[in-house]
Ligand binder design. Structure first.
Ligand code: ZN
Length: 284
């Protein structure tokens, strides 16, 4: 039985894939913006190579169609390819058929690019929102084994969502749900596995949360976006709050992850949960 391992996940999208932004969240405009996803993802791949780490890369179908070589590069480096949907739509505003169409379009693009079998999914912006989402069953129906789309931190997530790996019983069958690492930030529940609250938290707090999860028998899950580590990120038109969420503390990401992964090399979701969590004793 493998022990708990640090899991790293990467949402492979462009810097302009910002849910709900009036200028950027417009798919017909996306080909007019400068693409940065290949060099930014290469920087993540370099970090993983230097630290003997692996990861699950949740790639957008839209990205895979434009950069199939990036998908092959991720696979060739020994990493897992997961699905981040096709057009980065919030899943909770899609009908059942809209969600299934987006999911299957994305998987077809990934497989055409050379991903191999795609078993793991992450919705844009944690947008399943709660375990009541009907899309969880759709994932099972379409052959997915693992989901990482539920966040236990309001307002994006629901406080009743799982905070550790758990098998969800959907109407279509079991699905392993693997949430990101959460903790507290100024006394409130907060994401520690990635994003702005993690970047602005003290490094020791994040490291302690990772090590507490490992000591407790759980595999902590971190996440990042290639644009967070892009030295040539284009300037953006953002509100002050959105600017903090997007850019705050981003210069810390590579140095901190280098230290953490040097101590705890990461693995992919497929490696941490090789059988859907059964052998690991993940409770239903
Ligand atoms: Zn995303």
């Amino acid at each position: 039985m493998p022990g708990p391992r640090l899991v790293l996940t990467v949402d492979v999208e462009e810097w302009f894939h910002v849910c709900g932004h009036p200028e950027y969240d417009v798919p017909v405009r996306w080909d007019t913006f400068p693409s940065r996803v290949v060099p930014a993802t290469e920087r993540v791949l370099g970090l993983l190579e230097r630290t003997s780490s692996r990861a699950t890369f949740f790639v957008l179908g839209w990205v895979a169609r434009r950069h199939p070589g990036l998908v092959r590069r991720i696979v060739a480096a020994g990493h897992e390819v997961g699905c981040h949907g096709d057009l980065h739509r919030r899943a909770n505003v899609l009908s059942g058929e809209e969600f299934r169409t987006d999911l299957l379009s994305a998987r077809a693009a990934l497989e055409k690019a050379g991903s191999g079998t795609v078993a793991a999914y992450r919705a844009a912006e944690w947008s399943f929102r709660s375990t009541a989402s009907p899309h969880l069953a759709t994932l099972v129906e379409e052959g997915f084994r693992v989901d990482s789309s539920l966040l236990a931190v309001p307002p994006i997530g629901d406080a009743s969502n799982p905070t550790r790996p758990v098998v969800l019983e959907t109407p279509a069958g079991p699905l392993l749900e693997v949430p990101p690492l959460v903790g507290t930030f100024f006394g409130r529940p907060a994401m520690l596995g990635g994003g702005w609250t993690s970047r602005l938290s003290r490094e020791a707090r994040v490291t302690a949360a990772v090590e507490a999860a490992l000591a407790g028998g759980d595999s902590p899950v971190l996440y990042l976006h290639p644009w967070e580590v892009d030295d040539e990120h284009p300037p953006m038109d953002l509100s002050p709050v959105a600017r903090l969420v997007h850019f705050g503390g981003r210069e810390r990401v590579i140095p901190r992850l280098t230290r953490l992964l040097s101590k705890h090399p990461s693995v992919s979701l497929a490696e941490a949960f090789p059988d859907g969590g059964e052998q690991r004793g993940v409770a239903a």
